[in-house]
Design a binder for this molecule. Structure first.
Ligand SMILES: [Zn+2]
Length: 391
């Protein structure tokens, strides 16, 4: 069992931050290793428990994430402890298409895994990770714990990715809550959207949790909204954190967003960086479509299909020769399942979605999925899917 720990001490600045990453890796036996960090950040110092040399090389393009630099560390002996001090900003820049969902303003801070704002891709696992936000008594950190004795917000320490930070200056923070969720926002104009989202979420979980999917205990969902600090881009979900620009106007767009992201509680596990990601995304989209079919919500059904069917034909095949993830697997997969829907009907679609959700983790791949469909009496659907994968 790896005992490695990573702690990030974060200090907010008017338009950026400074940070110190402290890595403990007592089991490391390598003299040299490397990690990545956002290209816009500047390393001020790097030291370790043994003498080290280090250098940065720009040009990393990690999957789904912002451009990064690779930081290579060479120790005279194996490094067991490392401190990296760095600073800068990872501000969202729609023109350069980078740092989506990340911003530091005087009232709101949003930092995510996707911006590589902290050291990532070490050659070893991290068992314990946490973020400490220093000198922040005026702030509220979503999922954080306030420690008055140290005057820090602490997030993480439970072996769970705590690096998706959403923090609000307390005097600006508004909240809509019920027993299942908290929606955090700044602009009073967002309140009607937040109240609608709370009601829609109840409707979604009533269908998913125990009807479409096997029932499980759901964590309380936290939904930080970035509006108006960030006004464009999509949301992302990390277990019980669902980041969004804003819930959006009540209607099919709002329901779709919540229903797609909530479906990923069950529709997950296929390797997301390969073509197999089509399984995660297609079953999540069809969870939304099954919700629409069950509720007789024609508007949601048409909205969801309309996102995909028009573009599906011009996209590359789902299956790739090298295993890489092709563009547009959401759309291509949703259209492929639509063919099954047309031939086999609505009842089969719930089974298609549920069969993927209930596969053991080790079997979350297309070959095992098709085999499970055939075992479950859905051979015709499996044949249609297999023919439509391409290559
Ligand atoms: Zn998705």
């Amino acid at each position: 069992m790896e005992q490695n720990e990573l702690t990030i001490r974060l200090t907010l600045r008017p338009a950026g931050f400074s940070a110190c990453a402290h890595l403990l890796c007592p089991e490391n036996r390598a003299h040299q290793f490397s990690f990545i960090l956002n290209s816009d950040l500047t390393i001020r110092s790097l030291r370790a428990d043994v003498p080290v040399q280090w250098q940065c090389t720009d040009g990393e393009k990690p999957a789904f994430r912002s451009p990064a630099q690779r930081v290579s560390v060479a120790g005279e002996r194996p490094v067991a402890e490392l401190w990296v001090e760095y600073e800068g900003s990872v501000q969202f820049d729609p023109m350069q298409m980078k740092n989506w969902a990340n911003i530091v303003t005087p009232d709101f801070v949003s930092l995510s895994y996707y911006s590589v704002w902290y050291p990532q891709d070490f050659p070893f696992g991290i068992a314990q990770d946490r973020v400490l936000l220093a000198d922040a008594p005026d702030w509220f950190v979503v999922k954080g714990r306030w420690d008055p004795s140290r005057s820090v917000w602490e997030y993480g320490g439970e072996g769970y990715d705590p690096f998706n930070i959403a923090a609000y200056r307390k005097e600006k923070l508004l909240v809509v809550s019920d027993e299942a969720m908290n929606i955090y926002f700044m602009d009073p104009a967002v309140r009607p959207q937040a109240e609608a989202a709370r009601d829609v979420y109840r409707h979604i979980t009533a269908y998913y949790n125990g009807r479409l999917f096997p029932q499980r205990r759901l964590d309380v969902l936290d939904v930080p909204c970035a509006w108006p600090a960030i006004r464009e881009g999509g949301g992302y979900r990390r277990r019980d954190l669902m980041w969004s620009v804003s819930p959006g106007e009540p209607g099919p767009g709002l329901t779709h967003f919540l229903a797609h992201e909530t479906a990923h509680i069950w529709c997950t596990g296929a390797p997301a960086e390969t073509w197999e990601d089509w399984l995660n995304e297609t079953t999540a989209e069809w969870s939304v479509l099954c919700l629409a079919l069950g509720a007789g919500d024609r508007e949601l059904f048409d909205y969801t299909l309309g996102r995909h069917l028009p573009r599906a034909a011009s996209l590359p095949p789902i299956r790739t020769r090298g295993g890489s993830r092709p563009e547009g697997v959401h759309s291509k997969g949703t259209a492929l399942f639509y063919r099954v829907f047309e031939q086999c009907g609505a009842g089969v679609m719930e089974k298609l979605v549920r069969t993927f959700a209930t596969l053991p983790d080790a079997d979350k791949n297309t070959a095992s999925y098709l085999a499970a469909l055939r075992r479950g009496g859905l051979a015709a659907a499996a044949d249609l899917i297999e023919q439509g994968l391409g290559v």
